[in-house]
Design a protein around this ligand. Sequence first.
Ligand code: PGA
Length: 280
Amino acid sequence: MEETGALGVSPVRIKAAAASASWAKPLGPAPMELRKLVAGNWKMHGLASDIDEIRGIAAASRQYAGVDVALCLPAILIERAVRAVPGFPIGAQDVHQAEFGAHTGSVSARMLHDAGASLTIVGHSERREAQRESDPQVRAKAEAALSCDLGVILCVGESEEVRAAGRAVQTVCSQLEASLPGHDVARLAIAYEPIWAIGTGKVPTPGEIGEMHAALRGCLRRAFGDGGARIRILYGGSVKASNAAEIFSVGDVDGALVGGASLKAADFIPIVAAAAAPVT
Ligand code: PGA
């Protein structure tokens, strides 16, 4: 019988200090448990004067060899950060789907790769809403990034109204199915980010997170067979040091996408530490 933890959900046992893996390498054969990924999303924060904070985060993350850590920065900071913390994964927060062309203000996957980025977020709800990005567009962005050897964190999540109407799982699964890239998923991760939890301090219950992540795992398995079991599913939305351990103890939570609490090493590193700690 499957063991259940204090939250009434199956605990995830974390692989102890596995060999270091980077976003630049595809994951190997199906592991029993996936290495956790904790990625910071700096949104529209960060100046040259914050490079020291990035150095601090990169240095402190090295203590946690069993966890993949990355920072997704404003595009203009990427190259400077890559030079400041060689070997530490620096990512973008968005990418244009086209290879090049008349797209004023946009940045292509090749440009991000050229600047030294190793991953990018796509489909964040702040872009889906403010820039009216559609599922097919998010899918095209994911495919463009993967084909330039960038890792991708593809975000999905429901509004408060959809959750209140009892349609959260169905809505988020449809969003995922319509946004999923069709190929080369070895460098893909999914982030479940309920819109109502982003920057609000509100967090779904462990039961709600577990239900959603299990449903998303089902979608990934239907889409990619055994490969779907190796795609990490991150939780995002008001993750902080005080709730990270509980969130990481939920089944099929393979890491976190962290906004506000990723800006300072003092807030972010305890989250990385929680991802590294074995679930008891
Ligand atoms: P938050 O943001 O951690 O500040 O809620 C998460 C995100 O938007 O990725």
